[in-house]
Write a protein that binds this ligand. Structure first.
Ligand SMILES: [Zn+2]
Length: 449
């Protein structure tokens, strides 16, 4: 290795001046980007021009970051409707189609996929951000990185180019059957991989069943996970880490903006946010008012750079909390403390809010349980009834009633909800190969954003 390459490997930050600037510098940077971006949206997107005019707001009125609150919000249904009205990109787009070089599509749970367009500059800036994020999680040019996310129109696919830009040997594996992926990991002796938390677990268990020693036969030292809250739940991370003998880093992405907008540094104290790309608001989903820093609320995002299709005050439906306290790693960007669940997943049981992730943390701490779980909600005698199903591990001696009683006590203590608990035999609940479905709500919808 050359002296330059060695020095580069040891460098702590990808973009030192940006990543360690003071909070006032971050705020000033975001304000100036926001003003320019709102102006770009207003001048070039027919949708935003009409919507800002209708709300009586103008980009010239923005003198502080708080002024963003005067602008109207949008959500997924608006993206879908405007795309159907003005195919193919919709009239939130703010560049002519000839300037668009890449488009991802997100399926969502209902309806037609929405498209997320990028200009060449948008794309290059995004990939540079992915490199910055990988670097903050300890990935270096000496690594062999296996990207096992879907490449078919999925925004997570091109994130592999961030690892490549950083200088790692990058393996474009995609989503292949587990046996094939294990063969790739073994042949390449990959040192890092990106997948979902439930799949990381499933893959590790599959490897063990096939007689593969995860520590001796494979070389995976870092696992990046995204797509489910599990990666920010310490108990879930701990168990994936001890299964693999590797370090797990949680990432957060949003198909309508970026493959990954936030990721854990090596301190793993929240996820550093792409703060020079995306302005964050955390609001009470019912009143629309901002919540205090650190409190849970719905995340509303405004892009600061993405020219092809600006998103101004996009309601994500994700319930999150944030901090802007400096991190021990020396980076000063805001950190996403947790994605507590989807607004759609938030259950209100007899007036108390509960998320599957609350239950996950409890179930995964109990070493007599397998860690798999499901929440079943029903209406019984006109009242909500929550049943938590969990699995006992093979070969334990504790009676099922005792396990159930213990779990019930802990759920009540942590969430305030009185739940029934059903302890099932091992391997009863369905194993997820992609995103785990944790809630079976048999009451019909009780909450709409
Ligand atoms: Zn940090």
């Amino acid at each position: 290795m050359t002296v330059d390459a060695t020095t580069r490997e040891q460098q702590r930050y990808w973009a030192p001046a940006l990543e360690t600037q003071s909070r006032p510098e971050w705020e000033a940077l975001k304000l100036s980007l926001l003003q320019g971006h709102l102006r770009h949206a207003y001048d070039n997107s027919p949708y935003y021009r009409a919507s800002f005019d209708a709300a009586g707001v103008n980009p010239d009125d923005v003198k502080s970051l708080d002024d963003i609150r005067r602008f109207p919000t949008i959500d997924k249904s608006i993206l879908r409707a405007r795309q159907e009205a003005k195919p193919i990109l919709g009239d939130l787009a703010a560049v002519p189609e000839r300037d668009v070089v890449y488009v991802s599509a997100s399926s969502g749970s209902t309806g037609v996929p929405t498209l997320s367009p990028f200009t060449q500059q948008d794309f290059d800036e995004w990939i540079d951000y992915e490199a910055r994020q990988f670097w903050s999680s300890g990935l270096r040019p000496r690594d062999r990185y296996c990207h096992s996310l879907n490449f078919s129109l999925f925004i997570g696919g091109p994130c592999v180019l961030g690892a490549q830009k950083l200088g790692a040997l990058s393996i474009h594996a995609g989503t292949v059957p587990s046996e094939r992926l294990l063969t790739i990991l073994r042949q390449f002796q990959a040192t890092a991989i990106w997948t979902t938390p439930s799949y990381a677990w499933y893959l590790g268990e599959t490897a063990q069943k096939e007689g593969i020693d995860l520590r001796r036969d494979l070389a995976v030292k870092r696992i990046f996970v995204a797509g489910e809250p599990g990666g920010s739940i310490p108990e879930t991370r701990d168990r994936i880490e001890s299964l693999w003998g590797a370090s797990v880093y949680d990432y957060y992405g949003l198909s309508d903006i970026f493959g990954s907008c936030a990721g854990m540094c090596e301190e793993k104290d929240g996820l550093h946010w792409a703060e020079d790309h995306i302005l964050v608001e955390v609001i009470d989903p019912l009143t629309g008012q901002p919540v205090r820093e650190g409190e849970r609320g719905e995340m509303v995002l405004t892009t600061l750079k993405k020219r092809a299709r600006p998103l101004i005050r996009f309601r994500t439906g994700d319930i999150v909390s944030f901090t802007s306290e400096p991190c021990r790693c020396g980076r000063t960007s805001q950190r996403l403390l947790g994605v507590h669940g989807r607004l759609d997943d938030m259950l209100i049981i007899r007036g108390v809010n509960i998320f599957p992730s609350d239950v996950e943390a409890i179930v995964r701490k109990d070493h007599e349980l397998t860690g798999e779980y499901r929440l079943v909600v029903e209406r019984k005698d006109h009242l909500d009834a929550l049943t938590v199903e969990a699995e006992a591990r093979h070969g334990i001696n504790t009676p099922t009633e005792d396990l159930a009683a213990r779990l019930k006590r802990q759920i009540k203590a942590v969430t305030g909800v009185g739940a029934q608990v059903a302890i099932l035999p091992p391997d009863t609940l369905p194993r997820a190969t992609h995103k785990a479905k944790r809630v079976d709500d048999r009451r019909g919808r009780v909450w709409t954003a």
